[in-house]
Design a protein around this ligand. Sequence first.
Ligand code: PLP
Length: 462
Amino acid sequence: MNILTNNLPTEELQAIDAAHHLHPFTAGNELAQKGARIVTRAEGVWLTDSDGNRLLDAMAGLWCVNIGYGRDELAEAAAAQMRQLPYYNTFFQTSHIPALSLAKRIADLAPGDLNHVFFASSGSEANDTNIRLVRQYWTLRGKPQKKVIISRVNAYHGSSMGSASLGGMAGMHAQGGMPIPDIEHIGQPHWYAEGGDMDPEAFGRMRARELEDKIAELGEENVAAFIAEPIQGAGGVIIPPASYWPEIQRICDAHEILLIADEVICGFGRTGEWFGSQTLNLKPDMMTIAKGLSSGYAPIGGSVVSDHLAEVLNQDEFTHGYTYSGHPVACAVALENLRIIEEEGLVNHVKTVAAPALKTAWESLGDHPMVGETRSIGLMAGLALSPNKAARAIFDAPVGTVGYQCREASFANGLVMRHVGDRMIISPPLVITPDEIETLVARARSALDTAYEWAKNEGLCS
Ligand SMILES: *Cc1c(COP(=O)(O)O)cnc(C)c1O
């Protein structure tokens, strides 16, 4: 088989990587100097790198390996499907059994009347689909001017031109002329960083009402949809105040604005229900799905739409589609993944075992001198690093300086924990056990200690 084996020394693999591989979200020269960490295998929640180090993957890859690594059933499902029908498309009035079966399976799992799926190969593609889909919907309803989609600052909806425009990441918009027209942003419900002296619930309501103000400013007749992650993931695991979502829902309902829940992270058990919309009690008209849909074993995503939208959309040809929309192998893998989540009771494991264990252990980090906030929901958790907890102060250094140190200490300590600025975040596989959660949090604490010593030496902390 034509694959590189693990027999090459790490430095050689790193040299090939540096010479030929352009990495996402990475400064190439900096990486070339340092050498990439080369991951060679994985099992359960554990990664092994090319030097034989074992790391506890508290990020489940990129928030996606919900069932954990090393499940042969998915490999078998992929191989069997490749043998029977490796590829066929779903354009031009054709279908195949994996795509139609998965569409039905998703419809059965999804809340309310979200019964129709348009397939893509990623969350970014699915959100690009959403932009076109909501505009087509309003056009068919005789309101073609209803085009603007409102999103939020510091949202993450993907990295293609459309989805990154929906996102609210300033650093991404700065490269490449984004956002594209007819996408607007309101503030995020991030009380810890932006709430000042306000009561969190009052702040949550205030941020939700920015949606109503924005609709008034743009004119309701021009606004197609509002898109949001139930809980912001890549933005730093930002759990909104309880007042936020009911107010958003009220505003969308009152103004005939479609609500798109981007469930790419929150979906498929992460929050202790099948979907984040169920945990936070929202009633979206559409959901974006990807990541946990296949636990990352194959690239697949989709837009799930309600009966009332599908009824309108089906009236005309939607001139949109991807070669790999409903790819049979990816669909077969996703079906097997969903079978495992269901039959092994993983959503309930999150709700009744893993999430409560993580909450207790994660919140125990709150006594650390450099930790200003610890919050978790389901198996997503974030904590804020601060030089002065009482004041929710930020460091006197570029944002992310201390967070990066903490992440590096964490890697050195056998734990994959990510930093978003000076917040540390985790999102482990759903199969994580209470013992592994203890290990995770002990290693996180030790990384915090190392970063704290570093920050004190730099004069960033007292
Ligand atoms: C990761 C992510 C996406 C983009 O998914 P890709 O598969 O990377 O294109 C979209 N929305 C959210 C909320 C995500 O976390």
